[in-house]
Design a protein around this ligand. Structure first.
Ligand code: OAD
Length: 251
């Protein structure tokens, strides 16, 4: 007997493919879920990054002021993890989508892992920063330092002040050279793909409402329902590394 769940997914995939065939401007919002099949942990839930750490201890400006060593140890571990991970078929499917849409494609990511760029995506807006980059707390210089562990308390070669990871911490604003472009892309898109995010963290999750308020169609790809699911046009439930290549193959 055919499995009703797989029939439902098959229909949803076909609907999503037909939607994507008919649009020229697509924005994508990704979260930690797209990197799970590369071997990286998500933030929330069992085994998530925030399970073993109190956010307040490692990802706030106050934590960095109080104990920069602890914060750097946390980020150096995450940097070291990245040395061995590679983009997965979900990341590569988005590269193919960009090649199809060219200028009509914007990828807004909450991820700091750089895997979209490693896969070959070009128009990527990193709204939560990048773990490979450091930023000087004194002069503001930012540098790509790759994934090799840094000194316990790395200092700026230009001014000698303490360096910090160039990521957005809780209680901080999103980078003002990136965020307005993400909002613009979402306002202009005809379809927003929301992939592997719990849609719990604002302002990023607010991009979904922003797209909807401009009548864009919303397609969600996630292993499980999220607070956004009830309001999306098409929900594809399953692993992004399988569903995205399947979707793109149908275009
Ligand atoms: P979360 O950990 O909150 O959510 C990950 C989502 O991915 C969940 O909804 C999972 O169901 C889904 N998921 C897991 N595996 C998947 C797979 N193989 N395919 C598809 N979906 C899968 O991560 P984010 O939503 O990215 O912010 O978290 C948002 C922000 O909260 C992060 O950028 C970070 C964090 O605190 C900052 O550090 C500023």
């Amino acid at each position: 007997m055919p499995d009703p769940a797989s029939n439902e997914l098959e229909n949803a995939l076909e609907q999503a493919a037909s939607l994507l065939r008919g649009v020229r401007r697509v924005a994508v919002l990704t979260g930690a879920g797209i990197s799970v099949e590369s071997g990286l942990a998500t933030f929330r839930g069992a085994g998530g990054l925030w399970e073993g750490h109190r956010v307040e201890d490692v990802a706030t400006p106050r934590a960095f002021e109080a104990d920069p060593n602890l914060v750097w140890r946390f980020y150096n571990l995450r940097r070291a993890n990245l040395a061995t991970v590679k983009p997965n078929p979900g990341h590569f499917a988005l590269v193919q989508l960009e090649q199809r849409l060219r200028d009509g494609f914007t990828l807004v990511t909450q991820n700091v892992d750089g895997l979209h760029q490693l896969a070959g995506s070009k128009n990527v807006l990193e709204i939560h920063g990048a773990i490979r980059r450091v930023r000087c707390t004194g002069c503001g210089l930012t540098l790509d330092r790759g994934v090799d562990p840094l000194a316990d308390l790395p200092k700026c070669a230009q001014c000698g002040a303490l360096l910090r990871p160039d990521v957005v911490w809780f209680e901080e604003m999103l980078p003002d050279h990136v965020w307005p472009n993400a909002e613009l892309a979402v306002k202009r898109c005809q379809c927003l793909l929301v992939i592997g995010t719990s849609a719990l963290v604002y302002p990023a999750a607010g991009l979904i409402d922003k797209a909807r308020s401009r009548d864009a169609k919303i397609v969600e790809v996630n292993l499980a329902p999220t607070p956004a699911t009830a309001g999306v046009d098409i929900a594809l439930q399953g692993p992004a590394g399988i569903l995205l290549p399947d979707l793109i193959k149908r275009l």
